[in-house]
Design a protein around this ligand. Structure first.
Ligand SMILES: Cc1ncc(COP(=O)(O)O)c(C=O)c1O
Length: 449
């Protein structure tokens, strides 16, 4: 860490300047959460990221999960430069489209057909529209705490405050943003995650009206909550029985949980899959994949799917490079990432025990969440959004995160940690070495009562 009086001096100055031109000084709301100041970066290499003050971080935020391949990986710059010399955008077809689509077919059994967009938020919108057209029904069932992009449809019932939860049986459809189209909320049914009985009752309540059930197969966006045994199979079974589509939002889990994503990892076969982040390794690229029959409405033109930048060759060249990297990791992927992540989780838990910090990492390893237990909150895994809201001490985590950042360890503001192909065992050892004084500082400044 830069040992001047203020190690973030240049970031602070740039943040001041930025606010005079960029609304709020950031281009995605969540980035404002970074304390003590939203950082400005100059470059990255592998697992390391460098800010404008010269501070070096072992990075576990890795582009909110998009950088599965590490920062500036060997080969990707060449792939991008070679394509840039030929042209970055034609708004027309190229053989690259076939090459990327065929790789997706090879990797993901349910990907019989694909369509490309520039962000997963767009893809979610397309998936919902296709599901409604395919079934002739209007309702999408989604789960509390699952994030499906920032648009009107993606955030219904995402993370309501405790006084607006609704009942256990009837979770609220509250949207966290002002300005959404009010009637959109009526197009959704919200259910609690990891309660199969409750889910069955919700589906029965809206029999014949549900077009699709959508979920993050592992709910990485809230406490990294894996599905309880049988849940994904129950969703599949309910969709089949109801004539609804199953949509897996694999924006985070795609390619990270293995070449076939979380659907391969947990063994489930959705009708439609949302792919984002790692599919482009940091360029704006996303895809909708799914059953050929489900794409009929798009093929016939009944459903409009469009976008000027869709399938631009620059992003396709990056994606082809990324997918080849995942394929070359072979069938063992993601076991080594899980081992690395688990060793980091164990090391953090040991530090937490040593310094009396109520940190309880949870998740499979290749991605995990650093839950911080509130005073007197019960132990045990967090399986649902309301449990997370009741038990996770967000301000306390924010303080530890800042102490870690000051020591050169960067986790996601909301508590998530991602492993990448660039992280090594040495990185984990060094991370824990850097983390020790951060835990000591945190424990001294934020003692248990
Ligand atoms: C599960 C999930 N779905 C959709 C999105 C939206 O992706 P994007 O921000 O690329 O539009 C995200 C983003 O974090 C996500 O985590």
């Amino acid at each position: 860490m830069n040992d001047s009086v203020d190690p973030f001096e240049k970031s602070r100055a740039l943040f001041e300047r930025s606010q005079q031109a960029v609304a709020g000084g950031v281009n995605s709301g969540i980035r404002k959460m970074e304390a003590p100041v939203p950082l400005f970066f100059s470059h990255g290499k592998g697992s390391r990221l460098f800010d404008v003050d010269g501070n070096e971080y072992i990075d576990f935020q890795i582009g909110q999960g998009a950088i599965l391949y590490g920062h500036a990986p060997e080969g990707m710059a060449d792939a991008l430069a070679a394509q840039a010399r030929l042209g970055v955008h034609w708004a027309a077809q190229s053989e690259l489209e076939c090459e990327v689509a065929e790789r997706l077919q090879k990797m993901i059994p349910s990907a019989e057909r694909v369509r490309f967009n520039s962000s997963a938020t767009e893809v979610v919108t397309a998936a919902f529209r296709i599901a409604r057209a395919h079934t002739g029904r209007k309702l999408i069932l989604k789960f509390e705490g699952h994030y499906h992009g920032w648009a009107d449809e993606g955030l219904v019932g995402f993370a309501p405050p405790a006084d607006r939860w609704g009942t256990e049986d009837e979770p609220t459809r509250l949207h966290p943003s002002a300005g959404v189209i009010e009637s959109v909320l009526g197009q959704f049914v919200v259910a609690r995650w990891n309660d199969i009985g409750h889910l069955r009752r919700r589906v029965a309540q809206y029999r014949g009206q549900i077009a699709a059930i959508v979920c993050e197969p592992c709910c990485c966006n809230t406490s990294c909550m894996e599905p309880e045994p049988g849940l994904l199979a129950a969703i599949r079974e309910l969709c089949d029985a109801e004539g609804a589509l199953m949509i897996a939002d694999e924006t985070i889990t795609g390619f990270r949980f293995g070449a076939a994503g979380a659907q391969g990892y947990y063994g489930v076969d959705p009708d439609l899959t949302v792919l984002g982040k790692a599919i482009g390794g940091g360029v704006p690229f996303a895809a909708l994949a799914g059953r050929a029959a489900v794409f009929e409405s798009v093929i016939s033109g009944k459903v409009v799917h469009a976008g000027t930048l869709n399938g631009n060759p620059l992003c396709l060249a990056a994606s082809r490079w990324c997918l080849d990297r995942v394929l070359s990791a072979g069938p063992l992927h993601p076991a080594p990432l899980n081992l690395l992540g688990r060793s980091l989780m164990n090391g953090l838990s040991e530090l937490a025990a040593r310094y009396g910090v109520p940190l309880r990492p949870q998740g499979p390893g290749l991605v995990f969440h650093s839950t911080m237990l509130k005073q007197d909150a019960p132990e045990g895994p967090i399986l649902a959004y309301r449990e997370y809201a009741r038990r996770h001490d967000a301000p306390r985590w924010a303080h530890l995160r800042r102490c870690l950042l000051e020591r050169g360890v960067r986790a996601i503001e909301r508590g998530l940690w991602f492993m990448s192909f660039a992280h090594t065992e040495e990185d984990i050892v060094e991370t824990l070495h850097r983390a020790e004084p951060a835990f000591a500082k945190h424990a001294a400044e934020w003692p248990l009562l």
